[in-house]
Ligand binder design. Sequence first.
Ligand SMILES: [Zn+2]
Length: 85
Amino acid sequence: MRCVICDGSGCKECNETGNFDVMKCPLLFYSREIDEILAAADLYLDHGLPVVGTCQMDQAYNFTEVCRFVRRDIAYWKNKLGIFG
Ligand SMILES: [Zn+2]
């Protein structure tokens, strides 16, 4: 599986391979919290709605990192599946 940290370019998390082996079903790691953060990222990316009623500069660093990851992953899969728009 493509490394989600470096997007396949190689980093210390994937031992510079750009990939990592999936040894367990990813759904085993799925939780309600992940669902909530993905829903918040979806609202933020599609509608610009932040988690709290302030501007983007006040958002927690981790939330904006999640949004960057989600945006990159959506673009990757749209490109891979030939979905445009
Ligand atoms: Zn990596």
